[in-house]
Design a binder for this molecule. Sequence first.
Ligand code: DGL
Length: 278
Amino acid sequence: MKDGASTGTTRKVNVLVDPQSPLLFFDSGVGGLSVLAPTRAVLATAPIVYAADSAAFPYGRRTEEEIAARVPALLGRLVERYRPRLAVIACNTASTIALDHVRAALNIPVVGTVPAIKPAAEQSRSRVIGVLGTQATVRQPYVDDLAARFAADCTVIRHGSPELVELAEAKLAGRPVAIEAVRAAVQPMIDQPRGADIDVMVLACTHFPLLAAEMAEAFPGIAQVDGGPGIARRIAVLTEGQAWPREEVPAIAVFTDLAKAPPAASLKKFGLAELHGL
Ligand code: DGL
């Protein structure tokens, strides 16, 4: 684990790659856009396929069994259709539950998103950090393991917030998000014993960095850490030396339920010009 990117057994594949072969991003909804944006900042002309399992959204309310069965199967279909050079599971819930299954099913490098507990612990002065994710993510043994390895001298306070996931989707759909609603969604984390001492919170759900400005306004004294920039660096390392198109190509958005896709104008802001169903 480095800065929120799971390294696992993924190794650089030194083969000649078609410049048009895309990077495939996968999430339950629009959260993975918070990983796509920093990736674009380092790999400006990378062809992109952004896939959202909107038919099964939200993952945070699903069982481990449902996610472990669904995610590798969908990724398999997406890889067959779009032939990506690398896949990014831009979802903490899917990564903490299904990353190993996905890696076993695919023959391309797979980068996962895991809670950025390590950088948060490095940054915390109070030694009390918050981990804000989905209900499914915060109960994973993967999180216990990260806390034990990288934040053993910290109090790690977890909170699963389905409300915040919905607020992020609302924002991307162009609806206004009230600061009060963001504050109310996060407050149960602060209300836990020692919660008032949290000085760094891990945004352990890719939807939450989409609300970074609102969270900063609601909790000005708490620093936010997320895995997006670390994942972008990891993708750059794994694709180093590979050819890319000379200019940006229109990116593709894929939704398993097209009726739940955000408006085209919101997708365009992330360079997603084409919309496909799956
Ligand atoms: N964006 C996802 C994550 O990082 C999950 C949101 C959901 O579907 O509940 O965990």
